[in-house]
Design a protein around this ligand. Structure first.
Ligand code: CTP
Length: 412
């Protein structure tokens, strides 16, 4: 019977095996130990082929001492680029295939202030595994030539992978780093696991004691971005509401009543845009945010999560469009439709195309997106200037009138 070591080594895709063996032999030459840890080992043990095949897959390597030395040699040998953080004992190697390998020196972490990032002391692999979030992420696999594939499992991660449980390694874990709440829920839905009873209580306690208030908007936003890229993002978001997590972030925020439909609309809008507007850049996250926010919550959430200005403007304009589109009627002329919709970002329009109860409003928005916005004016400002006109409000009016006539004369 194949041992668990043989089984997981067989599961490693070839392109990765090459890197892992190489890193292991460099570590061996430098007389240090080397392990791969975290998501990669977890997905190997779960035989999660989708995750392992993902192009975005990255490797986390822990070296007991001097990770940077090993990383530099690996980067040299593979002619890969490298970013070194001397102070943290870490390095990121990016291979020609755009494959990311994070090297860290084994460390212990202590959390000195609430919500802040931890301070770091170099240490052993054992302590490195104990500082991690969940038992399922704290299994290490040796990559040294002598025992390649051997597992270190000090925290019963294998058992929890077997019984499908999410479990932190100590009672303070969610308090030390409340972003682990989002991570726990994300893994629960991604792998169809269960957050264990004790952890559910610990999470509730952290929420009830407002520990999330100590986390920066940027860190919370990063967690949402990671959730948005999950296949089952909507289930993850719904599960967050079981813990009343939205109002713990911003008091007035909760999932909309018809959330699963609204989310579906946003997904369909994105899919539609990929098919019908392939040359336009669509900020997909902006469309997804529209499904999570409404007029009452947009400002407060934008502020708390420190949204960048561009995203904030898109979300604000969605609230304006809700009012503006009521000015459309089934008999609105193309020029009126153009005039009304022309100032709106594409994300807002595609969301409204799908999240709209009125079929004639949808028709008008679709006509604008697919046809009207691509019409080139027959007469331009340059033409008028060449004919001796001076730029003026009257000239702008003449131009618009000519363009409006052109739009209204288009054939269906
Ligand atoms: N980690 C942690 N606490 C956090 C974030 C990360 O302990 N708040 C540790 C975990 O051991 C995790 C590793 O750092 O496995 C790498 O983190 P990350 O890249 O975020 O997660 P992955 O395990 O790669 O999982 P995913 O598939 O979600 O990317």
């Amino acid at each position: 019977m194949a041992s668990i070591v043989d089984k997981i080594v067989l599961n490693i895709p070839d392109r990765l095996l090459r890197y892992l063996r190489k890193i292991g032999s460099v570590a061996d030459q430098k007389s240090v130990t080397a392990y791969t840890v975290g998501g990669f080992v977890r997905d190997l043990l779960l035989s999660n082929e989708d995750q392992l095949k993902s192009n975005e897959l990255d490797l986390d390597i822990v070296i007991e001492n001097h990770a940077i030395d090993v990383a530099k040699k690996v980067a040299d040998d593979f002619k890969a680029s490298i970013n070194v953080h001397q102070q943290f004992g870490t390095a990121k190697v990016i291979t020609k295939e755009n494959f990311q390998i994070d090297f860290v020196t084994a460390r212990r972490e202590t959390y000195q202030t609430l919500g802040a990032l931890p301070s770091v002391v170099f240490s052993s692999i054992r302590e490195d595994l104990y500082r991690r979030d969940f038992s399922i992420n704290a299994v290490a696999m040796s990559i040294l030539p002598i025992d390649f594939g051997n597992l270190l499992d000090y925290t019963d991660g294998l058992r929890d992978l077997e019984t499908a449980l999410i479990r932190v390694l100590h009672d303070q874990s969610y308090r030390d780093d409340p972003t682990r709440i989002f991570r726990a829920i994300r893994y629960e839905k991604r792998y169809n696991f269960q957050i264990c009873q004790t952890d559910q209580g610990l999470i509730q306690d952290v929420i009830d004691h407002s520990y999330l208030d100590h986390i920066s908007g940027q860190r919370i936003r990063n967690e949402f971005n990671r959730i948005f890229s999950e296949d089952l993002a909507w289930k993850t978001l719904q599960r967050m509401e079981d813990f009343v997590l939205f109002s713990a972030i911003v008091p007035c925020w909760e999932l909309p009543q018809d959330f699963s439909r609204t989310w579906q609309d946003a997904i369909q809008a994105i899919d539609w845009s990929k098919k019908h507007l392939p040359d336009d850049h669509i900020d997909q996250d902006a469309v997804l945010w529209m499904a999570l926010l409404n007029e009452e919550t947009t400002d407060a959430v934008s502020h708390r999560l420190a949204f960048e200005k561009r995203l904030q403007e898109k979300l604000d304009s969605r609230n304006r469009l809700m009012i503006d589109q009521t000015k459309l009627s089934s008999s609105s002329k193309p020029s009126q439709v153009y005039h009304l919709l022309n100032s709106y970002p594409l994300e807002v329009l595609i969301f409204s195309l799908w999240h709209n109860k009125h079929s004639w409003q949808k028709e008008k928005i679709e006509d604008y997106l697919l046809r009207l916005r691509n019409v080139q004016p027959k007469v331009t400002g340059d033409d008028l200037i060449q004919r001796g006109h001076k730029p003026s409000p009257e000239m702008a009016k003449t131009l618009w009138n000519s363009f409006a006539r052109q739009l209204d004369e288009l054939r269906d």
